[in-house]
Design a binder for this molecule. Sequence first.
Ligand code: SF4
Length: 580
Amino acid sequence: MKQGNILHIDLTSQTFNVERDEELFERFMGGTAAGTELLFKYGRPKDDPYIPEAPIIFAIGPFNSLYPVATKTVALFKSPQSGELGESHAGGRFSMALREAGIDAMVITGRSERPTYLAIDNHKVAFKSAATFWGSSSTSCERILREAETVNGRKLSIVRIGPAGERRSPLACAVVDSSRHFGRTGLGGVMGSKNLKAVVVSGNGGWEFEKAEMKAYNEVYDVFYDRVVRSKDMAKYHDVGTSINIKPLSMLNGLPTRNFSQGSFESADKVSGETFARDHLAQHIGCVHCQCGCIHMATLREEFQQWHYATSKVSYDYELIYALGTSLSVSSPQDILRMILEVERQGWDVISMGITLAWASEAYVNGVITDKDTGGLALNFGNTESYLEMMRRCAAGEEFFRDLELGCAKCSEKWGGKDFAIHYGGVEPAGYMTGENFTVSSLLGVRHSHLDDLGYSIDQKILTKPMPVEEQVSTQVKEAQWRMILNSLAICLFARGVYDMDIVVKGLNALSLDWTKEKIDELGVNMLRRKNEWRRLCGFDPDKLAIPPKMLRVRSANGRMSEESLRYRMKLYREYSGIG
Ligand code: SF4
């Protein structure tokens, strides 16, 4: 049986059914492309993202669980943060569990009357009460459900929200298994609006191979496997991990520091990946069926009473150190880990919460936010206790602090300090001050991820090897289109160097899926356009995109950016990609 099973779940009526649609996957492969088409079919682009009818779509691709590092599940929804396309990708065990359950995509609509979680076993769905653990942290929720739902040793995947999602924070993420996240653009808030605490998936099936396919499949598998275990790039992710970039980016003046005030952090050494690894790394773990294992888990030991300690495992990487470290001028790894853990428990997107805290600090030191607003709490940069207290007060719903979980765009509209609010279309950016390519990527990238295209990488390349602007932008657009394919296969983009066109075609053909290079190219080009069509239906207008004024005053790795040049690049990007 090939791809084609779409599980529909209606939380209002507590009903479900499995639809078979092979054509969708034949035309759109899977993952982001098939999921986007489902969003066109069931989405409500003009409506509030929190109405019950608004769908959450999960989709996997043909490679998931069959080839190495094909570990992602794509989530699509209307974003409560940007008001347009909501898209995020997560690893963990989720895609394998969906494959084992024989589900290629899932469409969840409706709103349960009471807190609920879904227990999905192959094609059966049980609607269960989450009343007793509504309010639990994302970490406790996982423990509770793993114990409650593990039957006969079958492996589960658990996607859940923390209290932030329950409060419908547009910054809320959904946490997957061990420290993986549907981080960006607010899936957690949409789940919360449906009274949906968690989705638990397990199954005992898999891909059904024809006997004749096995030889070709094994041959292609070996090539992928070999490339993954021998690739220098993959080794880099495994060894020190993405946090290896802290020191070089700081040296290049590309590491956002104190709310994007400068690109170099004087304490970069203290918060570098090497320091974290030497002093705090406890183990590497990986998503299921990944030979790389790039997830770095640190041990955090905290005294909560004299002679009493709590020990937690906390995952860290480059973006987390940027958001809760350099952006806040916090130079103690231990302190950064404490804040990561607090964000994880609440279930916020780390980048958005970190940059909103940074906005608050800058607004405070400039007198826009006063002690009267904060009840006397000083919000200066570098003060970890203050940041932890801000998050606690935010979770407790206290005046001023509760607005922090709306993000810096909405906070600055209400409280002032727009000049310090670093966001693109309402979404706080990933951690790069490399230059204009990354900025264009933040402005036009479809899922507000630095992985939308190569922007930050091109910025770094042109420091030593200049390239005409037109070539920079066309390289960026081609990469964005190719990533539509990688995200339709739902592979981890850390393995992008492993998955080139030739091996992708061979991999698909070995599964008897009839794809050619031409058909794949066409899909990549079309999907970038299709996603932008959906964004426009939501009201997204690239002509109205604002560049944060502060970003035009500070120096990036490539020097000061100019609005004229950025607007020219955006014009080219739109022309080359045909997104209008
Ligand atoms: S490289 Fe890291 S994020 Fe990617 S699949 Fe492997 S463990 Fe998961």
